[in-house]
Design a protein around this ligand. Structure first.
Ligand code: C2E
Ligand code: CA
Ligand code: CA
Length: 530
């Protein structure tokens, strides 16, 4: 069976699938690289932002501790000290004296303070301090307040505007989907970049975010960017990656396409497929007893029947089969097929033989013996009906081994013939050494009958040799009645050639056998036996 369209479609789809694998891998690793690189940038921004916030809070704490030794309450001297401290210390905008409830009694600006609310104060690691978020009643800005509790005096507070705690210089960076937030541990947002952007969205599918918590203060920095902005920033990397992955996909696909094309156009692959698909079929050329006119049997000759019906002759594939070693599976397939196709007509005609051509390589080891036993052992063709032809054209690899194999085959009842006798370089001694049953005189000498004297001399010598060695003779390629007459005169009994029949397909051969070698009906047989 030829490979179906569905099979080829599956191969193409499979090829495309396989070709896409490198592309998927490149895409995956490229995305992983972009994410890793973007995340590491976010981490570095978060580290520097958190560092700035911590530095500013530490500066304010130092200023409060320094003041605490000198400020007693809201007296003018204390207020003056507070004013100076507020001016010197960069993050501090306001220093205040607080009552037990945390309310402002006075500030460096004098008595009273802007109305405000201090939200949930959080204790610091240094337990004298608390940190709380301030929301002013009349303004949107935010601030944090550091409160320093004092045992002997009223607590001191330092107000730091929220904007002082996040990097101003980096403001330009926080655009196009990028944002930074400074939050308290209780999740209150202290400050945001861009200003006013307070929507927290650690949604991993749409944003890439880094959350960095301070080890010294109850604060954390969240830096985020929307994933869609990555495509813009890493445009070049992504395009280079996609280009190379497209190239890899293309190359992989081209490789597969070429591989399959090459394979499909490779004669060896085609021939292998032809064997597998049963396209190598046996034709049968009858052998005739020219003394009686009866059918002796047939020689199996291989034909390659292509799916379109065209026939390829052995000259076009046997040399390739022999070179590649495909001659072995081919011979095997041919023998099995011959059993199926002409087994039945051989079953009740034990006198009919069937000859197969073997290659010199078949005699390189004895596996052919086992193969023939397994093919014909249970078939309708008996081993005693089989003739194996071994050509004289090709030298045998090991004469002694070949002789041994031939001998073992003969013990099974198989006959062995030497084909193309007179064309090879083995000479007559070759023939004698092998101990075969039959010689087939090559067409070349038959063609020369009645034209070339020396050919006739060779034929006569071969016939003499066959008589002496008790071998049978078959004349090959007999094309005319003159040749038949000559052979008859010389005592040759068996002949093959177009004058009788060309190689025939099984159906024609079966019809010929039934016509030339009709079997008596069973009842008639019984009567004649009686
Ligand atoms: P071969 O074994 O000598 O077979 C005889 C060849 O002569 C066949 O050619 C046959 O068709 C051709 N022939 C027979 N009578 C006549 C005739 O009167 N006139 C002419 N002009 N030709 C005639 P084919 O079938 O083309 O085979 C050619 C060769 O291919 C065979 O020569 C054999 O050596 C090889 N071959 C064929 N089938 C097989 C096979 O199954 N195995 C092996 N190893 N070789 C094979
Ligand atoms: Ca032959
Ligand atoms: Ca021959």
């Amino acid at each position: 069976m030829r490979k179906s369209k569905a099979w080829w479609a599956a191969v193409v789809l499979g090829g495309v699938g396989i070709a896409c694998v490198p592309s998927v891998l490149v895409e995956y690793s490229m995305n992983a690289y972009v994410e890793r690189s973007a995340r590491s940038k976010l981490e570095s921004v978060a580290h520097s932002a958190l560092g700035l916030a911590e530095l500013r809070l530490e500066t304010a704490m130092t200023a409060l501790v320094d003041l605490s030794a000198r400020v007693e309450g809201c007296d003018p001297k204390s207020l003056e000290l507070m004013r100076k401290a507020a001016t010197i210390s960069i993050p501090i905008k306001e220093i205040s004296v607080l009552d037990e409830g945390g309310r402002t009694i006075c500030t460096n600006f004098g008595d009273g303070a802007e109305p405000r609310a201090v939200l949930r104060e959080l204790p610091l690691a240094d337990c004298r301090f608390d940190l709380g978020l301030i929301r002013f009643r009349d303004r949107d800005d935010r601030a944090v307040r550091l409160r320093l509790d004092r045992k002997q005096a009223k607590a001191l507070g330092a107000t730091i505007p929220a904007d002082f705690l996040v990097p101003e210089a980096l403001d330009g960076d926080f655009q196009d989907g990028r944002s930074l937030r400074l939050v308290l541990d209780n999740a209150e947002i202290v400050a945001a970049r861009p200003v006013g952007d307070e929507g927290l969205s650690i949604d991993q599918t749409r944003t890439l975010g880094v959350h960095l918590k301070s080890e010294r203060f109850p604060i954390a920095v969240i830096v985020e960017r929307t994933r869609s902005t990555l495509a813009v920033e890493y445009r070049e990397v992504l395009s280079a990656g996609r280009l190379s992955s497209a190239l890899i996909t293309l190359l992989t696909f081209a490789f597969f396409a070429l591989y399959f094309r090459r394979n499909r156009s490779d004669p060896l692959v085609q021939f292998r497929e032809a064997i597998d698909h049963g396209e190598i079929v046996p034709f049968f050329q009858p052998t005739i007893d020219i003394k009686t006119g009866k059918l002796i049997g047939a020689e199996v000759l291989a034909r390659w029947r292509r799916p379109d019906g065209t026939m390829v002759s052995p000259a076009n594939f046997i040399p390739l089969a022999e070179r590649s070693g495909l001659i072995y599976p081919m011979t095997h397939a041919l023998m099995k097929r011959a059993c199926v196709e002409v087994g039945a007509i051989h079953a009740n005609r034990p006198h009919l033989n069937v000859a197969f051509n073997l290659y010199a390589g078949h005699f390189a080891n004895d596996s052919i013996i086992g193969q023939i036993q397994s093919i014909f052992g249970k078939s309708q063709i008996a081993l005693s009906q089989i003739v194996l032809e071994v050509t004289e054209r090709e030298p045998l690899p090991d004469l002694d081994l070949a002789r041994d194999i031939i001998n073992r085959l003969q013990k099974l009842g198989i006959k062995v013939a030497i084909d193309d006798v007179g064309t090879g370089h083995g000479g007559l001694s070759y023939l004698m050494k092998l101990g075969v049953d039959t010689i087939k005189i090559d067409k070349m000498f038959i063609d020369a009958i009645n034209t070339e004297r020396y050919s006739q001399t060779i034929i006569e010598t071969l016939l003499e040799l066959a008589r002496t060695m008790n071998m049978e003779v078959i004349a090959e390629g007999v094309e005319s009645f003159d040749q038949v007459e000559y052979l008859q005169r010389k005592g040759v009994h068996q002949a093959q050639g177009y004058v009788f029949a060309p190689p025939l397909p099984a159906s024609s051969y079966i019809a010929l056998v039934e016509a030339m070698d009709a079997q008596k009906p069973v009842a008639e047989e019984v009567a004649s036996a009686a």
